[in-house]
Design a protein around this ligand. Structure first.
Ligand code: NAD
Length: 489
């Protein structure tokens, strides 16, 4: 199919409940599977940012005070509208991000699910009555929305990573200014179309496009923005923390370097299936992608053999023309270059390439950022593939002899986002789940995040949570009201 028509949102910003022509310079947006320009974004100017912040502050005064049920209903309406238009929204996402259409549609439907989850949570935000040390007093701990949120998001999950922040803000009574990644702005603008259709109060949601170092940084520095909800690289997250000129609430969902441990008691076929899915889905461009795998020496060769066959069997294609392909193109030249760099580094240092290692050949692959799913065996921690986040379709594998060694290798990283284990022995499972220093540990499965459990990283992988009640509480301040009523004093 041809690229989708984006003329109605190309160059537009969404401010104060209206799509407006951006006044700043234009930046091209590409379909990464084809190398073709599909539209342009406007670099939001300083005046436009001020006007968006002003409308978000004005809307906050109303939105934070409407009954929770009103906000809940708005979220349910938004979820229904998104689900009903999932196919078209998925086409927009595939056109700018490169993932296969069916997978993009799955992500849009998960965004709709997030709207409904937060719609339900919105009416269940309770306070507490806290015991006092004297009679005649009552202490209420109540929750109040923080205010105006600046959401800064990456390009790998253009709907969900906007959606978690958007839905939590709407449920809590915050207003939100979204700065999507330069590579994938149109999914965010398509979400704004649904916000408008859902009749959500003008100014509650804005979408501001442009470069992170200018528009994102302006939100970080703006005195009218009360909280920054950031998902992206650890380097930019740290920069945001350091460059924030005033005390501001921050949640930072950052990079990972996620290990999988396969013990000798594991179901090898299940481990191979999990490793294949979580190493290569979305071309490995996932913060919780498996980057490195440690396999018990007794089953190392069998695992490698089956894993290489499974990786070689994955289908790859232009995501619009091959909706059911396992993987599409990478999102841009940068992650592809990093993948090639990590592969060359591993090969130079003695790793064995047992699957992939090259771009696919033939018609349809000439102009896109494609690469075969690649496995390197016999890796060590001197190799970048084992010690840095590749964010591409490359995974390193190494053998281990004892469980202590496996846990130590898995924890030998500044990151702490997600970790994975395949094992059937209960003691092994308990030992590893206790020792792994990660915010998420998935055992005998590779889906570390579900909507109603907290999802967040440790160490250089971030601070704060998304999903679950914990994710919603990130959008509230607590207030202690200590009241003297005199009864029983
Ligand atoms: P990135 O850090 O380069 O960019 C993320 C966002 O920050 C973009 O919108 C960008 O424009 C903006 N930005 C850049 N410089 C900025 C600045 N100085 N001030 C404010 N904003 C700025 O990350 P990316 O390349 O888009 O995404 C990949 C990274 O995101 C990977 O490291 C991945 O692990 C991480 N990620 C983490 C999670 C998680 O939940 N922990 C989820 C997805 C991706």
């Amino acid at each position: 199919m041809t690229n989708v028509d984006l003329s109605h949102i190309s160059g537009k910003l969404f401010i104060g409940g209206a799509f407006v022509e951006g006044r700043g310079e234009r930046i091209d947006v590409l379909n990464p599977a084809r190398g073709e320009v599909i539209g342009q974004i406007a670099a939001t100017t300083a005046e436009e940012i001020d006007s968006a912040v002003e409308s978000a502050r004005a809307a906050f005064r109303t939105w934070s005070r409407v009954p929770a049920k009103t906000r809940s209903n708005a979220l349910h309406r938004l979820g229904d509208l998104i689900a009903a238009d999932a196919h078209r929204m998925a086409q927009i996402m595939t056109s700018e991000q490169g993932k296969p259409l069916n997978e993009a549609k799955g992500e849009i439907l998960k965004l709709a699910e997030a709207c409904h989850f937060y719609g339900e949570e919105a009416v269940r935000v309770f306070g507490e009555i806290v015991p006092n040390d004297q009679n005649g007093y009552q202490s209420q701990v109540i929750r109040e929305p923080i205010g105006v949120v600046g959401a800064i998001t990456p390009w790998n999950y253009p709907a969900e990573l906007v959606g978690w922040k958007l839905c939590a803000s709407l449920a809590a009574g915050c207003t939100i200014l979204i700065k999507p990644a330069e590579l994938t702005p149109f999914t965010a603008l398509a979400i704004a179309e649904k916000v408008k259709e859902a009749g959500i109060l003008d100014g509650v949601v804005s979408v501001l496009t442009g470069k992170g170092s200018i528009v994102g940084q302006a939100l970080v520095e703006h005195p009218g923005v009360d909280k920054i909800a950031f998902t992206g690289s650890s380097a930019v997250g740290l920069h945001i923390q350091r460059s924030c000129p005033s005390v501001k609430r921050l949640s930072l969902e950052l990079g990972g370097n996620c290990p999988l441990i396969v013990t000798k008691s594991a179901d090898i076929d299940a481990a191979v299936k999990g490793a294949t899915r979580r190493s290569f889905r979305n071309m490995g461009q996932i913060c919780i992608a498996i980057n490195r795998i440690y396999v018990a020496r007794e089953i190392y060769d069998t695992f490698l053999d089956k894993f290489a066959k499974a990786a070689d069997a994955l289908t790859i294609g232009d995501g619009l023309n091959n909706p059911a392909a396992d993987i599409g193109s990478m999102a841009s030249a940068d992650p592809l270059a990093k993948t090639r760099d990590h592969l060359a580094d591993a090969s130079d240092k003695g790793a064995r390439v047992i699957a992939g290692g090259r771009a696919p050949e033939g018609a349809g692959f000439e102009n896109g950022f494609f690469f075969r799913p690649t496995i390197v065996a016999d890796c060590t921690h001197e190799m970048k593939v084992m010690s840095e986040e590749t964010f591409g379709p490359l995974v390193g594998v190494a053998p281990f002899d004892t469980l202590e060694e496996a846990a130590a290798l898995a924890n030998d990283t500044p990151y702490g986002l997600a970790s994975y284990v395949f094992a059937r022995d209960l003691q092994e499972i308990y030992q590893l789940s206790a020792e792994l220093d990660y915010g998420n540990v998935a055992i005998n499965n590779v889906d570390a995040g579900i909507m109603n459990a907290p999802y967040g990283g440790r160490k250089q992988s971030g601070i704060g949570y998304e999903h679950g009640r914990e994710g919603l509480l990130e959008y509230f301040n607590f207030k202690h009201v200590r009241l003297f009523h005199g009864v029983g004093a």
